[in-house]
Design a protein around this ligand. Structure first.
Ligand SMILES: [Zn+2]
Ligand SMILES: [Zn+2]
Length: 334
């Protein structure tokens, strides 16, 4: 298969240039092409630090709490930063940049790229290329974070789950570098600038809670307290909520659509990720801006996209038709 053909197939399978419907495309027909033989040492070290730092943050928080170092302001900031930066992943990194489920102007794209980076899940080009590859190779060889490829038996299931949750971050993350699955983003100078300034967004994500709390209270201690709760602990919590989409939502839950993989809808993960946990749905319809496809499936991220269209900050919102929904719906699923 030529590189051009691989790109075309990958794009369609990730829902980039094709219709909203993925259906039961067989990922086994695609090549397992990568730019690198393995993830770079620098990437492993940086990711390891990013994983360890929030844990240090939780321990620090516990130490601070010992002296009743937790106030309502910390919780307000935690909720605000969790919500706004979380939308950077769910609306921005996932639905806008990965799947092009709607269109937005460059300033709006920039804001979502920065907000996504503030969750410390990596620069947008890296996140998108890994995720497009996940869709193209879902639960088959080449999927960067499938929990279902480790082999049979309890030990392998546990190992596979761990790999999908965090293990892949230091083994298979960032192998594509966008050459195959993310050329559109690599060709965008604004996105590349935001990528290169990644550590500035990291500093902003951790430093802003401090500055806000300090400005309100005038207390350095209260600033550090907010840094811990609304910075480090918030990053830790949202990271693991997102990681659960990769691990839990390919292990437990219902699969109302035939997708050719083991993606599931899981309501608990959905609630923690602004309804990204309806994960079987976007595997069936990757270009759909709405993941809660059934009437009873709330989708906060889609409501935000709807709000953006009302104030003309988003357009060309893509949704599957009733016929497309019915075509690959399981008849034995509610
Ligand atoms: Zn998936
Ligand atoms: Zn996706």
């Amino acid at each position: 298969m030529t590189p051009e053909a691989i790109v075309a197939n990958a794009s369609v399978d990730a829902g980039v240039d094709g219709d909203v419907e993925r259906g039961a495309t067989n990922p086994a027909t695609l090549d397992v092409a990568t730019v690198r033989e393995k993830t770079s040492l620098a990437s492993r070290i940086i990711t390891s630090v990013a994983l360890i730092a929030p844990v240090v943050g939780v321990l620090s928080a516990a130490r601070l709490l010992w002296g009743v170092a937790l106030h309502p302001l910390d919780l307000y900031l935690f909720a605000i930063f969790y919500f706004i930066t979380g939308l950077g992943i769910t609306v921005g990194y996932h639905r806008l940049f990965t799947h092009k489920a709607f269109r937005a102007s460059q300033p709006v794209r920039a804001i979502f790229a920065i907000l996504g980076a503030m969750t410390l899940q990596g620069p947008v080009t890296q996140w998108v290329t890994d995720h497009r590859k996940h869709h193209a190779r879902s639960d088959a060889e080449g999927d960067p974070h499938s929990p279902n490829l480790a082999g049979p038996g309890y030990f392998h299931h546990v190992y596979g789950f761990f790999h999908a949750h965090v293990g892949w971050l230091i083994s298979t993350k960032g192998m594509e570098r966008g050459m195959l699955y993310g050329r559109d983003l690599f060709d965008d100078p604004m996105i590349r600038f935001i990528d290169r300034a990644y550590f500035a967004w990291v500093a902003l994500s951790i430093g802003l809670p401090y500055l806000i709390a300090y400005a309100i209270t005038g207390s350095n201690a209260r600033g550090i307290e907010a840094l811990v709760w609304a910075g480090l602990v918030r990053i830790f919590c949202f990271q693991h909520a997102t990681f659960s989409v990769n691990s839990v939502c390919h292990t437990w839950g219902k699969s109302p659509y035939v997708t050719g993989d083991k993606s599931t809808n899981n309501v608990i993960v959905a609630m923690l990720t602004f309804w990204e946990g309806w994960h079987n749905n976007p595997h069936a319809f990757p270009r759909s801006a709405r993941h809660g496809l059934r009437t009873a499936q709330l989708d906060i991220s889609y409501l935000v996209i709807t709000l953006l269209t009302k104030i003309q900050l988003a357009s060309e919102v893509r949704l599957p038709t009733d016929q497309q929904l019915a075509r690959i719906a399981r008849t034995d699923s509610d």
